[in-house]
Design a protein around this ligand. Sequence first.
Ligand code: AMP
Ligand code: ZN
Length: 500
Amino acid sequence: MKRFEQYPISLTNSLSGKKELFKPIVPEYVGMYVCGPTVYNNVHLGNTRTFLTFDIVSRYFRFLGYKVRYVRNITDVGHLVGDTDEGEDKIAKKARLEQLEPMEVVKRYTEDFHNVMRLFNILPPSIEPSATAHIIEQIEITKKLIDLGLAYEANGSVYFDVKKYNQSHHYGILSGRNIEELMESGRDLDSQDEKREKIDFALWKRASPEHIMRWPSPWGDGFPGWHIECTVMSTKYLGETFDIHGGGMDLKFPHHECEIAQATGANGKVPVNYWLHSNMLTVNGQKMSKSLGNSFLPAELITGNHPLLEKGYSPMTTRFFMLQSHYSSTLDFSNEALQASEKAYRRLSTALNTVKSLSHTPGNANEAFSKEIQALIDDCYKNMSDDFNTAKTLAVLFEMSSRINDFKAGNKKTSDLSAELFASFKSTYIAFMEEVLGLQEETAQSNNALDGAIKVLIDLRKKARTDRNYALSDKIRDDLKAVGIQLKDGKEGEMTYELD
Ligand code: AMP
Ligand code: ZN
């Protein structure tokens, strides 16, 4: 029996608003598309939360035995400042401000994005297509939508005719927005003259003479709209109907609503069976966002070099912090929460290190204890299969880490379990920590490095004292204290330290 048969996954489908049992289109295969970053600046911690959510989703599907094709795109054209149909392209604007080629901007920030993903142990997708590499396909589908009467050309741009689409389909199916209200409330912008209705959205935009990112098309030189790239890249690599589409909650409308309309209109099929939306990382209740000035970069998080940060936090502490809440809830950043996570994560990570060195001693298994251990193992799977509940899974791992400490301290005997059950306990803990949640054993390695570094400073301080250089010796003590390391003078003249 495959793991996914034993522990079937249910997930909250944003399309129905309900938790549904996952059934793949092709047995044993999962196709998932996630909207990737717009590579015009450094990714911040909020973006990272969304990509972490889908890292967990793809990891867990794989862990249960599915073959996963995970497509996450790079948006390198078409995403306009303000997320509307008007204004400058985000990439082109950055290129203008920094006097770079747009593709230099794309390269720089794609690389930054990849580095950040690696830092947080977020695995790469199976395919990472970019919008500029799929211009032909975007023109093709735009032509098709015009032929079907669902799009129209105006002044070198092409717009999707939402009202026409809504005659036979439901625009608003995902976001629950009401089309009449939307038609009233749409913003009055320049292209309003070109659009039949305010609610219509661009599939192709005419490039003004100064616009640097441009391609020839049947409608003249231009560039694709933001939404069409995802429709093209998802269906190209996953088929006209695929299993899962993910992204941040803020993309539900208009981006994902438009994707559904374009794909349904062009292919006559429901494009996605399950929509998953990850909630926002907030700061004091406000969405973390570059434009609000409340975002910080992963590098700032690690060094603590930011007004919002009291100190630096490691990537694994941060990963753990994020996994402690369910992806569908907002998560508020605070120094207190991060500091609590640091301590808590150390416990899990130490147990991970310990469990690897535990071995089984033969004996007579204790039935009650065996049942307890088996239940903990099952709970790891059950919680993850229940809409990827990382928070509850971590609670079980804490429970397991207490047992691990009991084994180590001799309060419990491994001989109380059969060899098979002990092996399963051990491998489950390791697998859920490392493979499923992607939490690396950080304490062991970094503690060793930290320990080594502090010892070097302690020796330096000793020498300063011997040299009667008390200014230096006090400075070492005070500087270490400022970063949470307390030096202690021992009775025998030796020096130790404690972490705050
Ligand atoms: P962008 O590069 O702006 O297209 O955003 C990349 C991804 O990050 C999208 O899926 C957004 O939904 C997501 N995102 C942006 N801000 C936040 C935030 N504060 N918390 C979580 N996800 C976010
Ligand atoms: Zn997208």
